[in-house]
Ligand binder design. Structure first.
Ligand code: URA
Length: 210
């Protein structure tokens, strides 16, 4: 099966998924979207109200800010892959439960990552950061890069955090401005077949789902 077919199959399976209780309250599942050969993948937490209505990720206020951040580095959303830890909206925007995260990431997110094979994964917020970096504090590690199992992971604040806490906005913008440089670093490492297990200049605080 081609990578594109695989990605489409995952999206179809997500749309019909009944593996956890979130399917009872969802209106539309949100598999994620973007090109199959995207070099950059963003992973948010889970669909909110607007995403649940439209079946698309980051289409509300946080999504608008994400679009603005992408524009600052001359990227459009159709050039990156955008998805979430859980693919269905938790009722009343509650936090996803550990078993929901476990099932959804094992069944869908891991396969999306393998299929797309992005050069850089940007985690947006604590939940997606926690998949890769255990015990990390987002206030300490945001904007830094970590090699996790041969993949460059960059934890960032969730864009909604910048909307709720205006003092974070410039920090989020600064982190985004570093993204082209980090992508280049990853391309270079992959080209030389040398993605290290850990970033040499980062603490080996570790992780890991994948
Ligand atoms: N917040 C998220 O984490 N994901 C979305 O898709 C929208 C808002």
């Amino acid at each position: 099966m081609s990578a594109k077919d695989e990605l489409e199959q995952i999206a179809r399976q997500v749309a019909q998924c009944q593996l956890c209780e979130l399917h009872y309250s969802r209106k539309r599942a949100v598999p994620g979207e973007g090109p199959v050969d995207a070099e950059i993948m963003f992973i948010g937490e889970g669909p909110g109200f607007h995403e649940n209505e439209q079946g698309r990720p980051f289409v509300g206020a946080a999504g608008k800010f994400l679009d603005e951040l992408l524009a600052k580095i001359n990227l459009r959303r159709d050039q990156v892959f955008i998805t979430n830890v859980v693919k269905c909206r938790p009722p009343s925007n509650r936090d996803p439960k550990p078993e929901e995260v476990e099932i959804c990431t094992k069944t869908y997110l891991e396969r999306q990552i393998q299929t797309i094979n992005p050069k850089v994964i940007i985690t947006l917020g604590r939940y997606s950061m926690g998949l890769f970096l255990s015990n990390a504090k987002i206030s300490e590690v945001h904007g830094q890069s970590f090699w996790v199992k041969g993949r460059l992971i960059v934890p960032m604040y969730h864009p909604a955090a910048g909307l709720h806490q205006l003092s974070l906005k410039p920090e989020i913008e600064r982190d985004f401005l570093r993204l082209p440089e980090l992508l280049e670093k990853s391309r270079h490492a992959v080209q030389n077949n040398a993605p290290p297990s850990f970033d040499s200049d980062q603490p080996a605080k570790q992780l890991s789902l994948f």
